[in-house]
Design a protein around this ligand. Structure first.
Ligand code: DGJ
Length: 730
């Protein structure tokens, strides 16, 4: 059992592979947090809580001036009962009051892990993989009940948490805030890492020192967003890529979120993550309940790299599902940057035929194949083939594409509706809106109200009939605007503020129905590139289009940031034409290929326009990727650079689990005249093994490659790239 309970001291000891997480029930009611440390065998109280009279920290028990919730490290703090720090939850009781207590009232420990109703979550395949602790807390006055759930993995450094509320009273209670988890670190000498950016500039790592007060990231956009990712990490002062303590937190949720760290007057740091309380309310009728999304918590003593590898292994094997989870993903070509809206079936067939001859395995027809869609002004919702572009329909086109030896995939944007569409003309109230107000458009489109079951049923049926209509092997599920006027025509006034969360629950329900009905289709999520790159989406769709920015130099930064929590197999990564359509930059095809091979590889250009030399190079790239694909997609990632210290180059490697094979990529981002030599130190190899460089047969020890490094050919020019494959000799 990875969870031990000491009834004498009221201590729960949660043991992951290398860490100990300690919870203590004190005074028979309060759930205190004792810390999360490197693994210990037994806790005997060396850091037992101490209590002193602190001025301006009031006392729930008037007879004890030393005890205040304001100074107690807690697991799930409330507001109004002496704690002034940010609460994990807030309520409005039927009489308008807000003070509330959640006191410990019991617990259960069991093998395995429960699924979360209606929400994505990591899972176990075998009960022996993890144990779960459920702490039941109750408010003695209102009978509001909260269950805090902790799942502890036996062979990973992972704890997952969530909270669920149920109203066991006979009065209504409104939840105003319900974070997935909160934990109080006793010290705050950490740096906070966040992944921030914009459309085409997603997930740039930002590191800042914690300071007194609150520091937070959030999304109010209705999706997890390009601007902030639902991930933060706390790094100890000396932590770097390979060494030191780091705590990573990633919310399995695709909507509005808040991730906050509050440093208080005694320099403790309260971390909490969950659905953004901004504009959130949830009415709990008597007898009803509310489930928060899951928070994944990883602790590593091997720096950011160690933390990333723990996330990657967990997401690859226990978040993603279905038959594609463990299979190598196809090299694809997407039509978007090759044709945009301007194509017909002849053009598509020609592109597919050319792609097949280059060794590409899947052709994806992007936006523009349906309704009357020749630009982004119309037709979302009208999921019937465009008669002018595809006069024979989808099926004959897909069959002809497949007949040249390449699979056929299709773009869809099921959550959206164009004002200029038959669907909107028939159902103008099916979009999110606030009665009596005009509807703000984004990319000329509105958002379907997925909080409504009639809308969801219609979409499931319509999309399913498209998927049944032709031999479709892959779907790119896009979502191209953020939410405004987040109201629903069918919700009561007091439930309007539930709409943003109900929308996400609706998206999850639709995805669950469609992806399980079509288990043989590979789904890739997209939201204007990586605007919804989160674990919630990965649960339904095992890969994500990383960014609409396909410029290889930009992609080095974007993919590096993305790789902090998310595995390469989930990262759609394509070679596009030059000058690049987003940045205007021109870099060699070899460089574009090297960068795209760092993820889930593909192309996004008009292959019918290639020169013979480019064709040969692409044939070689595809062949190379197929040879290294299992390493990239299932191996361990080691980031070899430190762009914070030296932004002129980047390097990364994927090492097989048994350490017998690796692929190393080095890219020169900016060159200087008369530059120093570059000796690249590798990581993650077996120091006792001898490795052969497959390109030239040179032999080196793993110890030498890691401790001395390999001298790269000089001079390295701008946008030069080097890919080294190595294999153990015996
Ligand atoms: C946004 C996506 O990120 C692009 O790749 C492309 O599919 C367009 N939408 C199509 O409208």
């Amino acid at each position: 059992m990875s969870i031990e309970f000491d009834p004498l001291n009221g201590v729960f000891h949660l043991k992951t592979l290398t860490s100990s997480y300690l919870i203590q029930i004190i005074r028979d009611r309060y759930v205190a947090h004792l810390g999360w440390f490197g693994r210990i065998d037994r806790w005997k109280g060396s850091n037992a809580l101490a209590f002193v009279d602190r001025s301006f920290s009031p006392n729930p028990d008037p007879s004890d001036r030393t005890f205040s919730l304001d100074t107690l490290p807690q697991e799930y703090p409330g507001y109004g009962r002496t704690d002034y720090r940010s609460p994990a939850f807030q309520v409005r009781m039927h009489d308008g009051s807000s003070a509330i207590d959640l006191f410990y009232s019991g617990h259960t420990i069991f093998k395995g892990k429960k699924r979360l109703p209606g929400l994505p979550a990591v899972y176990v395949e075998n009960e022996s993989e993890a144990d779960t602790l459920e702490l039941t807390l109750k408010d003695p006055v209102s009978s509001l009940t909260c269950v805090l759930s902790y799942t502890v993995w036996n062979d990973r450094d992972v704890i997952t948490r969530n909270a669920s509320f149920s109203n066991e009273s006979d009065k209504r209670i409104t939840l105003l805030r319900a974070m997935s988890a909160s934990l109080d670190f006793e010290v705050s000498d950490y740096r906070m890492l966040q992944l921030s950016g914009a459309h085409c500039r997603e997930r740039h790592p930002i590191l800042r020192h914690l300071v007194p007060g609150s520091q937070s990231i959030e999304s109010r956009r209705g999706t997890s967003s390009h601007q902030q990712n639902p991930f933060i990490a706390l790094l100890s002062p000396t932590t770097d890529e390979d060494h030191g303590e780091v705590f990573g937190f990633n919310l399995v949720y695709s909507g509005n979120f808040l991730a906050q760290v509050e440093v208080d007057q005694f320099s403790s740091a309260r971390v909490m993550i969950g659905i953004n309380p901004f504009e959130f309310e949830w009415l709990l009728e008597p007898g009803s309940s509310f489930q928060t999304p899951e928070l994944i918590m990883v602790r590593s003593e091997e720096g950011l790299g160690g933390m990333s590898r723990t996330f990657h292994d967990l997401y690859r094997s226990r978040l993603c599902r279905g038959k594609f989870r463990d299979s190598e993903r196809p090299v694809l070509i997407n039509s978007w940057e090759g044709t945009y809206f301007d194509f017909n079936s002849k053009k598509i067939e020609a592109m597919a035929q050319e792609a097949a001859s280059l060794g590409i395995e899947l052709f994806v027809l992007d936006d523009g194949w349906f309704g009357k869609r020749d630009d982004d002004k119309s037709s979302l919702g009208d999921w019937v083939p465009n008669e002018r572009k595809l006069p024979d329909g989808l099926k004959p086109l897909a069959e002809r594409v497949r007949s040249v030896g390449i699979d056929f995939g299709l773009w869809l944007e099921p959550e959206m509706i164009s004002v200029n569409s038959d669907l909107y003309r028939a159902h103008p109230d099916w979009c999110l809106h606030c009665k009596g107000r005009s509807r703000s458009e984004g990319r000329n489109q509105l958002v379907l109200d997925f909080s409504r079951s009639d809308v969801r049923d219609y979409i499931v049926e319509t999309i399913s009939s498209v998927l049944r209509s032709a031999p479709i092997s892959y779907v790119k599920w896009d979502m191209n605007r953020h939410l405004t006027e987040i109201g629903s025509a069918t919700a009561s006034a007091e439930r309007q503020r539930e709409t943003a969360h109900r929308y996400i629950l609706g998206v999850y329900e639709v995805l669950e129905r469609i992806t399980t009905t079509f288990p043989d289709i590979l789904f890739e999520s997209c939201s204007g590139g990586g605007g919804r790159y989160d674990p919630g989406m990965l649960y339904y769709m095992p890969q994500t289009w990383t960014s609409d920015n396909t410029d290889a130099v930009s992609r080095v930064i974007i993919q590096r940031g993305t790789s902090i929590p998310y595995p390469a197999i989930s990262m759609g990564s394509h070679v596009s034409t030059v000058p690049n359509h987003q940045t205007g930059r021109t870099v060699p095809l070899a460089f574009r290929g090297a960068v795209a091979m760092g993820g889930n590889f593909g192309y996004e250009l008009d292959v019918t326009q290639l020169t013979p030399a480019e064709k040969t190079e692409i044939i070689n790239q595809v062949r190379l990727y197929k040879n290294i694909r299992s390493l990239v997609q299932f191996g361990d990632l080691y980031r070899l650079d430190d762009l914070g210290k030296d932004p002129t180059w980047a390097a990364w490697s994927y090492v097989a689990k048994d350490k017998r094979e690796a692929v190393v990529t080095f890219v020169m981002l900016r060159t200087e005249a008369n530059a120093p030599f570059k000796v690249l130190k590798l990581k993650g190899l077996d120091p006792g093994l001898e490795y052969e460089f497959l390109s030239d047969g040179r032999l080196f020890g793993g110890d030498e490659l890691m401790r001395v490094g390999v001298r790269l050919h000089y001079p390295l020019g701008e946008a030069d790239s080097v890919i080294i494959r190595l294999r153990a000799t015996k």
